[in-house]
Design a protein around this ligand. Structure first.
Ligand code: C2E
Ligand code: MG
Ligand code: MG
Length: 619
């Protein structure tokens, strides 16, 4: 049993060798005086050091090269809950759990064999009385002592607990006591490590990303304390939902507060969208009952973005971005609901984003081009003018029509720059045609102008400059504005319209009839042309089918044209596609037509060709 059967205890040897060494190395004034030397006889020394070892506050043991405890001090015995002599002869590795992981075990063996200088590791031990403790174990060779190593154990339970508590604080939200964003992302990242899902489980992951509707109003009107209480109460209900979902499955979803009024429920090993939908449904249900916050009764709802997908190929940020987008949809679709991630809707959003961010550089790179669509006189069939329509030759998405990007350009303000380019290019082109075809009456160019151009740029100055630079006469330029841009205009926009009109530039109201314009009011504005929206003309399409046509449309349009004429406006019909429509429009007095019947929007040289044909009608 005992590893100390032969000769004196190695600990005593050790003690002696250390004393000898320290005596030799001490500076002269510290050398042991002769009187003291008498007291440091070998036997005395051994006893002293044995006593010191036994009483040392650091728990220690001397372990032989076979790994058996030669001697251990009382502190170690107390720490491990063993009797005074209970440790001698025991396998040291078992006492402090050195064999449970391969790396530590290997390092320990190396130290025992004298091939490694030291081993230090942290271990969780079970005390015989039931409590567990965290210790730091150090094993190092004894100097001058071939046959043994010193094992020391320090109790770091207090430090460890403090660290754990600190970590808990760092990882949890104080208001709701839920895991916070940091812990959420730590768990999410771990769940998306291939080792986590490849070996077992469904290989899928899901998240419900929730935002309390109208929380800001609660905070603003009732104060932050009520707001905090509400968040804590919401957290409680979410936790209950997660627990209930957990009963039915193997694992409980992790509920976390990601910040503000945003929460997330993470479902590892999800089984499919149904599971997440069920969870989202139960969460919405759980929030329906009003909250009683110390006297304040509050009803709230929430919006939830739900994403469920394969774990492989999913990144934490990718998943949360999708969840964020989906939450945004849930809000945009009317709040108080859950919405499932839709890849197509997302692709559309991505395209919007890609387009929007690419607008300004595209203007500089010259990716825009204009097509022109003839505006044809109803009586003579001649090309009187052309409307300039912008196209974006996108390097990635091909040719884009304005409906795809004009709205975006208006949103981010790049319409001002784009609009200026359109205006300059169209005027230059109109002047070019005029110079190239001196024998035909010059065609005017009609340019679409967005509301924001009237508000945010000096449209009047831009127009004046461009006309001066290109040499185009002002009456050969027409600007198309929508009803909404002109209606109720006062101040700056009205002044701008007036200044342009005074300059001789014509103003047309585009898509007329789609808004709520009052014709009498319009006539008081400096407007000279109404462009009748295509929807009116569409009602004419059954001319050839006789009884299937809608006479009401025709009556309305006829009255409208007559009224416009009486107010001094001319009328252009958009979207004329059939000769039937054209002849009826002509009959009721429409002045100009535009549409596929005459020509699609075309490149400038095609307009040149049309004008050449008009140059010499006989060819
Ligand atoms: P809009 O000013 O009403 O232009 C007429 C639109 O109707 C054009 O579409 C044209 O291609 C289309 N169209 C012409 N004839 C027919 C027809 O017979 N049948 C049908 N179904 N459609 C016809 P596009 O080129 O896609 O332009 C759409 C809108 O984009 C324009 O409507 C205009 O509001 C806007 N837009 C175009 N270019 C510009 C521009 O340079 N600046 C601004 N601010 N807006 C522009
Ligand atoms: Mg137009
Ligand atoms: Mg139009």
């Amino acid at each position: 049993m005992s590893g100390t059967s032969d000769g004196p205890a190695p600990a005593a040897d050790l003690a002696r060798s250390v004393v000898t060494e320290s005596d030799n190395e001490s500076p002269p004034h510290e050398r042991t005086p002769p009187a003291a030397a008498a007291r440091t006889q070998p036997g005395v020394e051994a006893r002293t050091f044995r006593a010191t070892f036994a009483a040392a506050p650091l728990p220690m043991a001397v372990v032989d090269r076979e790994g058996l405890v030669v001697t251990a001090n009382d502190t170690l015995a107390a720490l491990l809950g063993a009797g005074p002599d209970g440790l001698t002869g025991r396998i040291a590795a078992d006492l402090v759990d050195l064999a449970s992981d391969a790396r530590t075990w290997h390092a320990y063996r190396e130290v025992l064999r004298g091939r490694q200088a030291r081993l230090r590791c942290t271990r969780r031990l079970k005390h015989p009385d039931g409590h567990s403790l965290w210790v730091q174990v150090t094993v190092s060779p004894l100097p001058e002592e071939e046959r043994a190593v010193l094992l020391s154990v320090s109790d770091i339970s207090a430090r460890h607990e403090l660290q754990a508590r600190l970590r808990h604080l760092q990882m949890h939200d104080p208001v709701t006591r839920l895991p916070n964003r940091t812990l959420f992302f730590e768990r999410l990242s771990a769940a998306l490590e291939p080792e986590a899902y490849e070996e077992s489980g469904t290989g899928r992951i899901g998240v419900c990303y929730l935002d309390v509707d109208g929380f800001k109003a609660v905070n603003d009107t009732l104060g932050h304390r009520v707001g905090d209480r509400l968040l804590a109460a919401v957290a409680e209900r979410l936790t209950r939902c997660a627990d209930e979902a957990g009963y039915a499955r193997t694992a409980t979803p992790l509920v976390a507060r990601l910040g503000g009024d945003e929460f997330a429920l993470l479902v590892e090993d999800s089984t499919g969208t149904e599971q997440l939908a069920e969870l989202a449904e139960s969460v919405l249900g759980s929030l329906q009952a009003p909250f009683d916050l110390s006297g304040q009764r509050l009803s709230v709802s929430a919006s939830i973005g739900v994403v469920e997908r394969r774990a492989a190929g999913t990144t934490p940020t990718g998943l949360m971005q999708a969840a964020d987008t989906t939450l945004y949809w849930a809000k945009a679709d009317g709040k108080s609901r859950w919405t499932l991630f839709d890849p197509e809707r997302n692709a559309h959003r991505m395209t919007r984003q890609a387009l929007s961010s690419g607008l300004r550089p595209a203007i500089e790179r010259g990716e825009f081009a204009l097509e022109y669509q003839p505006l044809v006189g109803m009586e003579d069939g001649g090309v009187h003018g052309v409307e300039a329509l912008v196209r974006w030759n996108h390097p990635q998405f091909g040719t884009l029509t304005p409906n795809r990007f004009i709205g975006l350009a208006e949103e981010d303000g790049s319409i001002v720059q784009l609009g200026r380019w359109v205006l300059a290019t169209a005027c230059k082109q109109a002047r070019r045609w005029q110079l190239d075809h001196p024998d035909v009456p010059p065609v005017f160019v009609s340019v679409n102008v967005a509301v924001r151009q009237v508000w945010d740029s000096d449209l009047v100055a831009d127009v004046a400059t461009i006309l001066a630079e290109t040499g185009l006469a002002p009456h050969l330029l027409q600007l198309e504005l929508t009803e909404s841009a002109v209606m109720g205009s006062a101040g700056r926009p009205l002044q701008a319209l007036q200044a342009l009109s005074d300059m001789g530039v014509r103003i047309a109201i585009d898509d007329f009839g789609t808004g709520y314009s009052n014709l009498a009011y319009l006539s008081r504005l400096p407007v000279s042309v109404l462009k009748l929206d295509g929807s009116f003309v569409r009602g004419f399409q059954y001319e050839d089918a006789g009884d299937r046509s809608n006479p009401a449309d025709e009556v309305i349009v006829e009255a409208l044209i007559q009224l416009a004429h009486r107010l001094g406006l001319t009328v252009t019909a958009e979207c004329v596609e059939t000769s039937g429509q054209a002849s009826r429009l002509r009959r009721i007095g429409c002045d100009t037509g535009q549409g596929w019947l005459y020509s699609r929007p075309v490149a400038p040289d095609r307009i040149s060709a049309l004008l050449t044909a008009e140059d010499c009608p006989q060819t």
